[in-house]
Design a protein around this ligand. Sequence first.
Ligand SMILES: Nc1ncnc2c1ncn2[C@@H]1O[C@H](COP(=O)(O)OP(=O)(O)O)[C@@H](O)[C@H]1O
Ligand SMILES: Cc1ncc(COP(=O)(O)OP(=O)(O)O)c(N)n1
Length: 283
Amino acid sequence: MIPQVLTIAGSDSGGGAGIQADLKTFQELNVFGTSVITAVTAQNTTGVQAVYPMSASAVESQLASIGNDFTISAVKTGMLFDHEIIEVVAAAVRKYGFRKLVVDPVMIAKGGASLLQEKAVEALVQKLIPLAKVITPNIPEAEVLTGESIRNMEDRLRAADDLLSMGAECVILKGGHAEESDAWDLVVRGTEKYVVKSNRLHTQNTHGTGCTFSAALTAELAKGKTIRESAYLAKCFIYQAIKQDLHIGNGHGPTNHWAYQESARHLTGGGVIVEPVVLSRHS
Ligand SMILES: Nc1ncnc2c1ncn2[C@@H]1O[C@H](COP(=O)(O)OP(=O)(O)O)[C@@H](O)[C@H]1O
Ligand SMILES: Cc1ncc(COP(=O)(O)OP(=O)(O)O)c(N)n1
């Protein structure tokens, strides 16, 4: 049976991030995508012009439609906007027995627009993160969640341990916002620690990288891959999506969701490697 997956996220009218990025990624990775919309954003490559959150009951009723019918193999969350939506989502994860939950703690869009109310961070930490198989913060999100600034590899390792203590099985601390010449993501699961890395690509067309990465991770987990395999494949997917950029719009353009199918699939990783954490190399 084809794996069925669910994204619980906001709509990006520009098609590069949110629900649209997730469904495109699911399609490319051969899983059947369903969606629960938490907010509608008026958004394009130059930024977010407006945010229209859904009511918690509208989210609850979409979750019931999915939970009562589909056999969901993995779920991801993106933009959740407020604490009421987070509470409804956490209750549904329990009620419908959604397994393999990937929490992408989306907070702020690249242009600076807030996609999560400040007072909802507590609900994310208390209610949703403890249910997660994997959480995928970027560096600024990890700083908000832990209350610590992150400047080097030691900070990242400490932040990942703090995040793990919130109850998720695994943390993937993404490195897109760092300044190293490589773009690498730190994966920590219990005592297992490694980095998944590629060279850093120089392009402004990186809108929706986090959504696309976490959707690819969710798709691979749904197919029964391990976290390590899924992190590697998701990184291969996003690497090609950034590398073969599309030049759409006038600002930060979307990534190319076709790219991986078109070429990288036939390469071994296309330049992505997994290696152990070595402080002197990654500090
Ligand atoms: N310029 C880049 N070159 C290569 N990979 C990148 C680049 N920017 C981001 N990535 C990768 O894209 C994924 C999303 O990372 P990040 O940009 O940190 O997330 P977010 O979109 O949530 O801010 C990660 O796997 C990261 O390593
Ligand atoms: C509706 C919606 N959800 C999430 C985001 C943020 O997506 P992300 O992948 O973190 O990409 P950037 O916004 O950083 O480009 C969004 N913008 N809209």
